[in-house]
Design a protein around this ligand. Sequence first.
Ligand SMILES: CC(C)(COP(=O)(O)OP(=O)(O)OC[C@H]1O[C@@H](n2cnc3c(N)ncnc32)[C@H](O)[C@@H]1OP(=O)(O)O)[C@@H](O)C(=O)NCCC(=O)NCCS
Length: 180
Amino acid sequence: MESPRIVLRQWKDSDLGRLAEMNADPDVMRFFTKSLTRAESAAMLERLRGVIELKGWGLWAVDVDGLLAGFAGLWEPAFVSHFTPCVEIGWRFRKEYWGRGIARRAALEAESFAFRTLGLPELVSYTARGNARSRRLMERLGFSRDPRDDFLHPMLPEGHPLKAHVLYRKRANDPPGPSP
Ligand SMILES: CC(C)(COP(=O)(O)OP(=O)(O)OC[C@H]1O[C@@H](n2cnc3c(N)ncnc32)[C@H](O)[C@@H]1OP(=O)(O)O)[C@@H](O)C(=O)NCCC(=O)NCCS
């Protein structure tokens, strides 16, 4: 079987429909505070596009065989915590693309950009404690977690069920994760 062609690229207006569908899916958004309306997705698209325009990198649109499958890339969190400032690697994919190693391949592109092109010394990745799929991906990429780095997300209200977050790190010279 041929493996799908995966391309990380700048956002375009015509991505809105598929981005909005993804952001409205409660399964995809299970570990975020809420699903997004189409207007919120439109604002998100503009923001992601603006950051890539400005810096030359960010959370890229990911095409799989020519169709928008989700996004993956690099982000500088705006909140303050014990590990900030930092660059985070992140991802979100439409459900039909889960379980195929696609997020992993897109993340590897983003990671290589961070370490080889930008020369960053370290990337972090974090998620709500219960987000097992995202944590498995971090581990498969060779990110590791020291439980002392775990944190309460400062943007979520006290007592919110998603407030407890885990933090993973990978340094530029750390070994790659296990092969699939
Ligand atoms: C987090 C997320 C990107 C993970 O996607 P994913 O498809 O599970 O991740 P991968 O690309 O690593 O795929 C791994 C799975 O594909 C399977 N797979 C099949 N073919 C494969 C291949 N050729 N190579 C690697 N893995 C393959 C693996 O066995 C694994 O299966 P498993 O889920 O049963 O363990 C996805 O679940 C998602 O978008 N979630 C919603 C958004 C979200 O929570 N984002 C993170 C917020 S911090």
